[in-house]
Each structure stands twice: as structure tokens, then as C-alpha cells.
Ligand binder design. Sequence first.
Ligand SMILES: *Cc1c(COP(=O)(O)O)cnc(C)c1O
Length: 408
Amino acid sequence: MSLPVPARSAAPSPGWSAAHPARAVVDLGAIGHNVGVLRAAAPGAELMAVVKADAYGHGLLPVARAALAAGATWLGAAQLAEALELRAGLDAGAPAGAARPRILTWIFAPGAPLERALAADLDLSASAPWAVAEIAAAARATGRTARVHLKVDTGMGRGGARPEAFGDLVDAALAAQAEGAVRVVGVWSHLACADEPENPATARQVEVFTAAVAQAERAGARPEVRHLAASSGTLLHPATHFDLVRPGIAVYGLTPAPAVASSRTLGLRPAMRLEARLTVVKPAPAGTPLSYGHTAVTTADTHLGVVPLGYGDGIPRAASDAGPVMVAGRRYHVAGRVCMDQVVVDLGPEGADVAVGDTAVLFGDGAGGGPTADDWAGVVGTINYEIVTRLGCRVPRVYAGGTGSEDA
Ligand SMILES: *Cc1c(COP(=O)(O)O)cnc(C)c1O
């Protein structure tokens, strides 16, 4: 073996943590652009940017602020705890007297701290009379009127009152409203198959939803917002828009329906780029086995690069021997098993020009033929949602392209 050892490259460019050679760069300009695309797709509706699960792994507060700056008037957070964190974070950074965005949260169990939710001025969902009772009790205790969105299960088979039980939910909510404890401000539901344009389930859900809204109105409810559409509904089904749309994945620039349209076709810009600096580059002869279990073996004299990201960072171990990686403008894939902290890439003979410290991109906006979250999803047999959302808290998030950005 007499392959040359590459020279050490320069210190990291600004924006890299000196102590952590991996990062997710989130382009807040892309978030703003995507909110604009979604608003244009549903011009008659308000837009709720769904920022649950730490904004699908992108970072709760920077994304929420960028979405609001781009015209979102509502924010959605699934868990009560994340909605409380969202309100506190937004309030802490807001000038005194600034308008507060509406925040809807919909997942809580009996005994949840609903008094705190009302103090934080959250909108709450109720799927059953027990939830109305707990919300009304919190309202009485705090002297506030709770804003409630009644959820009907129009065919998702998950949250919401089934249509035959919706009348009881409406009655419970209107009784609490008559007493001044709550105001029914919304009726809502969620679509199960909106990413399949030909699936008749969507039209059926719209029918059930329309009937439920009419039932609530006949009983005396006057909801401000009827809402049904997430990203697929917003982009593919205008009949689902009603008064408010609730996109999540498309805010992050990823297609909700890759079989129908790519991010690019939809005019979306993927906001996250996951990358790391190579911590090892070294020549290796043909026949070198790689990583745990020796599932890969080099077939020629080559160079190996080690990327400091692994399943401890949310890289799926199922991407062993397959996950795409771009180095020096060339596309490679993970060689051998994904480890907890690292993966190996067989850089081939061209690896002679690659230096330790150079950047490896695992996924980004796909420009220049680079890999995307959809490519990783395809390799692993999952959806782009899971690729970005599972990214671990160990990976620093760095913000670019927005006001108040932390630089990249
Ligand atoms: C997650 C979620 C959304 C957003 O869904 P996307 O497919 O990411 O747009 C909207 N509404 C509800 C109830 C959700 O749980």
C-alpha cells in the first residue's frame, strides 16, 4: 500500500461548532418561502403552521417565528407541553404589547394542567365530553373563557368523536358555553388519505365533516374556524380548505405525497441540510472489511471517509450499506453498518482529493444532485417526515437565511 495520505484541511468555516463536527442547517428563508407557497394554494383560508415535535426536528422557536413572519396566523403543537413551551418562548422574545398568535393544541390526558393552558391563552381541542368538563373546570378556576375546537372523527379512526357521538360532545360544549366557561370557536377533523388524490375517502370525509359542522350550528354553535386540511389537503384538495389549513411537512419544504409530486414540482424548498465534517480520511486496500459485522468489503484500493453521525443522532440503522452521502460533489452511500456515532463512506479512487475536515452532506435541498430526505426515506422504507423528525437532539441546529438568524 502506498496511497498518499491526504493533507489536513483548513479549520471549519464559521457556523460550525468547534466541538461538534456535525450540524443541521435550517434555512429560515425556505420556511418563509414555503409558507408563501401554501398561502397561495389556499388563498381563502388562514394558515396554521404545525410545529409539533420540535418543528419536525427543525427547532421550535426559530421555525415558529419564521412562519409567523411569512403570514401564518396560527401555530399548531400536538402535545400540550410543547404548546406551553411555544407560548413561553414566543412571549419571551416579543416586544411588549405585540399581538399573540393563536396556538392550538390537541393531545392531553385527564388531569393535564389545563389552567396553565388557559393562562397561556392556548386554544384547546376536545374529542369527548370528559375533555370539555376538564376544560370548563379549568376555566371556572381561572376566571377565563376557554376557546375550544370540537374534533369529529370523519374517517381517520384516531382522535375525535365518532359522528354518532358528536352530538353529545356538542351538547356538553354548548352547556359549558351557556355558563360562560368555554366558547366553541372551532370544529375540526383530520384526513387519512389525502396524499392519494384518487382515494374516495377524502370526499367522504369532507361530507361527514360538512354534516358535523351543520349539526353543531343547528345546535347553536357559531365556530369561527372549520378546519380539515394538513399539507396534502392544502396542496391537493381545495375542497378541504374551509377557513383554516394546518400544513406541517410542506412548511419544511418536503412533499407530503412523493408518489404524486416532488418538493420541486410543488415549488417547495427543503429547509434542512444535514451535514458533517469528515473526522477520518485514510487509504485502504482492496479487501478491507468495513464497520460492525463486516457487511461491506472494499473491492479496490480506495480511500475511506468517516462521517460523525450515527443512529444516536437519528440516522436509521436500516440505512446501513445504502444511505446516500455527498462528498466533494460526488454521491456515495454508507458502506457497512450505521454505528451509534459514525458511518463509513468508501470514497473510491477520487477520495485521494478528499481531506479530513471536508463536508459530507447526508441530505439537503437536492441542488447539484445532492441527496434528499426523500432519498433517505426511500432507502429505509419510510416517509420523509420520519427522516427529519427523528434527527436527534445531539445534532446542533444552525439557522440561516432569516431575520435574527444565528448564522450558518
Ligand atoms: C401533524 C398534523 C398536521 C400536519 O400534517 P402534515 O401532513 O405534516 O401537513 C395537521 N393536523 C394534525 C391534527 C396533525 O396531527
